[in-house]
Write a protein that binds this ligand. Sequence first.
Ligand SMILES: Nc1ncnc2c1ncn2[C@@H]1O[C@H](COP(=O)(O)OP(=O)(O)OP(=O)(O)O)[C@@H](O)[C@H]1O
Length: 248
Amino acid sequence: MKVIKARNLRFSYNGADVLRGVNLEVEEGEFVAILGPNGAGKSTLLKCISGVLKCEGVEIFNRPIGEYSRNELARLIAYVPQRVEPGFMTVFDTVLLGRRPYMGLRPSVRDVEAVRVALRRLGIEDLALKVTNRVSGGELQKVNIARALAQEPKILMMDEPTNNLDIKSQLEVMRIARKFSADGGTVVMVMHDINLAIRFAKRFIFLKEGKIVASGGLEVLTPGIFREIYGVDVKIEDVKGVPVVIPF
Ligand SMILES: Nc1ncnc2c1ncn2[C@@H]1O[C@H](COP(=O)(O)OP(=O)(O)OP(=O)(O)O)[C@@H](O)[C@H]1O
């Protein structure tokens, strides 16, 4: 089943075209990495298909995105932005915000349990009572991912979620995303780290100047595509059965 469809998606900021006719379909359970140079429009694309920005031509579960109420959409899609400003709320309460689409006036036992599970999965239970403007950049990133997991969405959209994270935490987050898709959820992740993408994602979409230039599995990762997209020469070597992209 196709959970995301975008047809001839166009978007501009103040008259400057950023997305110039993007066509995209994502199947349930896929793990898709969106790659491409700075300014290509990756974040804008993610915002359009998650409903953060209003765009014509996006369908989620075969229904135009604009027809969903905020709560309905929040039960389907969790969006983790590239940057979130810390605030005066505790980590626990921030993650609890992910339960808002389900909550009545007070959190239920189920809501609190979902927060606990999310904190545990990110390994940040110890931070629960800390205020978010007293945690590190990487910890804050984990708080936002925990909030998205607590939301129990069908689609997880993450914008460079491994930014600010140490190598162990990067792997943890990628494993969480992989498990989410293995369990039937769909992941769309904007990334810069190509080798991390190769290890975890199943499909790679290359965006350049607001257009999709290539989309597919490992077969699209050729030296030619890296030259075309980034203007760099790369070698692709096999390390224990995994292709590794090495710029030179
Ligand atoms: N809120 C905004 N107002 C005006 N222009 C914007 C805004 N957000 C992004 N842009 C512009 O749109 C273009 C695409 O930005 P976008 O953030 O989607 O690119 P990206 O591929 O995610 O880049 P990066 O890899 O650097 O994060 C850029 O030229 C950017 O300057």
